[in-house]
Design a protein around this ligand. Structure first.
Ligand SMILES: *[C@@H]1O[C@H](CO)[C@@H](O)[C@H](O)[C@H]1NC(C)=O
Ligand SMILES: *[C@@H]1O[C@H](CO)[C@@H](O)[C@H](O)[C@H]1NC(C)=O
Length: 185
């Protein structure tokens, strides 16, 4: 107990000293000792609608390689895809996936995904998760890293599991189920 009190006092002194130090320096940069807080794990489940067909597609081709291989190496799409609670197109909207994906592999249908999941539902409204990863779309389940976030998801890290529910070979439209596991404060 005595040791604990001494330790707390010591930590408290460091904070006071560093605060004082920051005050006299000000300006460009400062370092603080973060308070210990519990990290939370959130599991989010939703469906991603990648719609290339129709008058109002949510995914558009923005670049195509001059002499692409059979796997479409180089083709790049910009997306603003709906994220919904259920798999149906008219299911409740919970967010949007904005960013791009590109065929980044010469050997398989391996995509580079660079996107932000912007949520609009409940306490997550306005919070964002950033994803950057490799998506070999023909695999039944693909794992992509969550590299950061904002709002409720500040300091986020984790992973997303993507599983294609349906794919229309004629139009390219796809519905993908996402399970996201994220650590944040
Ligand atoms: C495209 O690739 C084919 C086969 O590899 C080649 O014969 C052709 O010259 C290439 N065309 C261009 C424009 O590079
Ligand atoms: C989310 O936030 C926006 C802007 O702050 C607000 O207009 C909207 O009504 C909110 N949506 C929900 C579902 O709370």
């Amino acid at each position: 107990m005595a040791y604990y009190n001494f330790h707390s006092l010591f930590t408290f002194s460091i904070i006071i000293i560093s605060t004082f130090f920051i005050t006299i320096n000000g300006g460009f940069s400062e370092e603080t000792i973060p308070m210990k807080r519990m990290e939370k794990m959130s599991h989010l489940h939703f469906y991603f609608h990648d719609i290339l067909s129709g008058k109002n597609p949510s995914a558009v081709l923005i670049a195509r390689a001059k002499n692409s291989t059979g796997v479409g190496f180089g083709n790049t799409m910009m997306i603003d895809d709906s994220l919904t609670e259920g798999p149906e197109a008219d299911s409740k909207l919970v967010g949007r996936a904005q960013g791009l994906y590109a065929l980044a592999s010469r050997h398989d249908v391996g995509m580079l995904m660079v996107m932000n999941f912007e949520f609009i539902e409940g306490k997550y409204n306005g919070s964002v998760l950033s994803i950057m990863g490799r998506n070999p779309v023909l695999n039944p389940v693909r794992e992509m890293p969550i590299v950061g976030g904002s709002g409720l998801f500040r300091f986020a890290r984790g992973y997303a599991l993507a599983h294609t529910l349906s794919f229309d070979i004629k139009t390219g439209d796809a519905i993908v189920e996402y399970n996201v596991f994220v650590l944040h404060y």
